[in-house]
Design a protein around this ligand. Structure first.
Ligand SMILES: [Zn+2]
Length: 386
């Protein structure tokens, strides 16, 4: 990522500054003493690291709380609107964009249909959406320097290259450079599920957990894994592929070429395909499948129950291997939450080994803007990655 705007940005000039800033960002307001206690830095080091951030307007001291002995302890907090960030998620048919503040709170959101899936057309569409988003407010125009763009598939964050995107049919598309050129913003490109994991780790249910996993249910089944505070990438860029854990040896066939994968049973497409077979109605849509199951159609309920069991087995396999404190299950597939939540929980409890069953399962729908917020969180994170 280029650094042409670095002079205007937060002066994060040392590892201690990055530690103090991220601690206040994710856990603030917090006193200097508590920052020191939580990070292992000395109080003097915290004060020294915080000073330039306060001077640059990124951190603020809140009003003193008088302690018992009359000694003021002014907690530090982030000045959230000191800088804004744009996040854009690219799907196969549209763009979802948001402007967030430093705490990744969404200030405005917009959608835009893609004019084409060709890379240069997508770059123009992204630039127009970013223009629309930031046009709304002079504050955004003056204090937005970084854009995060996310896409499903194999993405090389460092070079800004989309190696493979199945939904867009892209191979080896350089995305960061042309988008930066077209928008005038420093641009970081990342995988969509990894980005959502960062948002969850810093600003969501992952706060305070050293190890946790985010699982997204939908057209695909994705997973971001955080172990000992770091997002796991894997030696070959593949890790946490819960969607392709085999949970049913004899089938069905998965699009990946293997058999019995979680995704072959529990993805949105798989659920619709099984529902069509079960009912003999080839035109069924996912909405109709959900409605029918909610009305008590036994065959359709069985399809969801089977999906819930497959997901529960996949989650248990991951808990047994990686031992996360917490697993957040989310995604547009959770719109049908009521139809398989019990099966997910029961199967997980049965299959998780020993104490791994203590792993907390959080099942939660995911509004589509959250994907774009993930992209913005990746942009926020660049503050600490110089
Ligand atoms: Zn598979």
């Amino acid at each position: 990522m280029s650094s042409r705007r670095q002079t205007q940005r937060a002066p994060v000039t040392s590892p201690a500054a990055a530690t103090v800033f991220t601690t206040v960002l994710t856990q603030g307001p917090v006193s200097r003493v508590d920052v020191a206690r939580r990070t292992g830095l000395s109080s003097a080091a915290v004060t020294k690291a915080a000073r330039p951030l306060i001077e640059a307007g990124y951190l603020v001291e809140l009003d003193s709380e008088q302690g018992n002995v009359g000694r003021p302890a002014s907690p530090l907090d982030v000045q959230a609107d000191r800088e804004f960030f744009v996040g854009v998620k690219i799907t196969d048919s549209e763009l979802i964009g948001v402007v967030t503040d430093l705490k990744a709170r969404i200030h405005t959101a917009k959608h835009r249909r893609l004019t084409s899936r060709k890379a240069d057309a997508v770059v123009s569409d992204v630039a127009e959406l970013v223009g629309d988003l930031t046009y709304d407010s002079p504050r955004y125009r003056k204090r937005t320097w970084t854009l995060g763009v996310t896409v499903a598939g194999d993405v090389d964050r460092v070079s800004g290259l989309v190696r493979y995107s199945p939904f867009l049919h892209w191979r080896d598309v350089q995305l960061a450079e042309p988008v930066a050129e077209a928008t005038g913003l420093d641009t970081i490109v990342d995988n969509d599920v990894k980005a959502l994991t960062v948002a969850e780790q810093w600003f969501g249910d992952g706060i305070g957990a050293q190890s946790f996993a985010l699982v997204t249910l939908g057209t695909g089944i994705g997973c971001g894994l955080v172990i000992n505070g770091g997002v796991v990438n894997g030696a070959h860029g593949v890790a946490g592929e819960i969607g392709h854990i085999p949970v049913s040896g004899d089938g069905p066939l998965c699009h990946c070429g293997a058999t019995g994968c979680v995704e072959a049973i529990a993805s949105t497409d798989a659920i619709v395909a099984q529902a069509r077979t079960a009912t003999g109605e080839p035109g069924l849509t996912m909405d109709e499948v959900i409605t029918g199951a909610r009305m008590g159609d036994v065959a359709l309920r069985r399809v969801f129950a089977r999906a819930g069991v497959a997901i529960g087995r996949g989650l248990a396999a991951m808990a047994n291997l990686a031992g996360p404190e917490r697993i957040v299950v989310s995604g547009e597939g959770l719109d049908a939450y009521d139809l398989f939540a019990d099966e997910i929980r029961e199967t997980f409890a049965t299959q998780a080994f020993g104490a791994a069953a203590q792993c907390e399962l959080i099942l939660r729908p995911l509004p589509f803007e959250e994907w774009a917020r993930g992209a913005a969180a990746v942009a926020v994170r660049t503050l600490f990655e110089s």
